[in-house]
Design a protein around this ligand. Structure first.
Ligand SMILES: [Zn+2]
Length: 139
């Protein structure tokens, strides 16, 4: 997306800032909320179950560029690991056929290994901050 268009979105979003904890500096600020993806929703549920105070993640305008860069890195590692998972799966299956192993169990092992690899980058999860409010409705 061209830079001018993103800038326009920043202006549009300024009245939609929410108060929460800034992901970059940990201060309580008004900022852009993190997108409510499955990781954020799961973290919320965990905090609710553990009776911890709700933690609303936002990013200040001042830290937005940094957050965007870190999110881009995270998305890149997601892509790389997914590619790695697919390659692992294919090589594992190819190896299984080559060595004449049990096809069903090597399929399961290959799938389990591939899923594990694909999930690894979530250990360094970084949320997305954007203005897609259609997917960010709070209940
Ligand atoms: Zn901050």
């Amino acid at each position: 997306m061209p830079v001018e268009k993103r800038r326009g979105m920043v202006c549009m979003a300024s009245e939609k800032l929410e108060s929460g904890i800034c992901i970059a500096c940990g201060r309580e600020v008004k900022g852009i909320p993190a997108r409510q993806d499955f990781v954020i929703r799961a973290a919320r549920k965990m905090r609710a179950i553990l009776r911890m105070a709700p933690h609303h993640t936002v990013v200040e305008n001042a830290h937005f560029e940094e957050a965007k860069a870190r999110r881009a890195n995270f998305e890149k590692s997601l892509m790389n690991y997914r590619l790695g998972a697919v390659l692992f799966f294919l090589f594992f299956i190819a190896g299984g056929i080559f060595f004449g192993g049990d096809a069903v169990s090597s399929l399961f092992a290959a799938a389990a290994g591939a899923i594990f690899i694909a999930l690894l980058p979530y250990l360094r999860y970084y949320p997305k901050f954007d203005w897609d409010f259609s997917s960010n409705q709070r209940r």
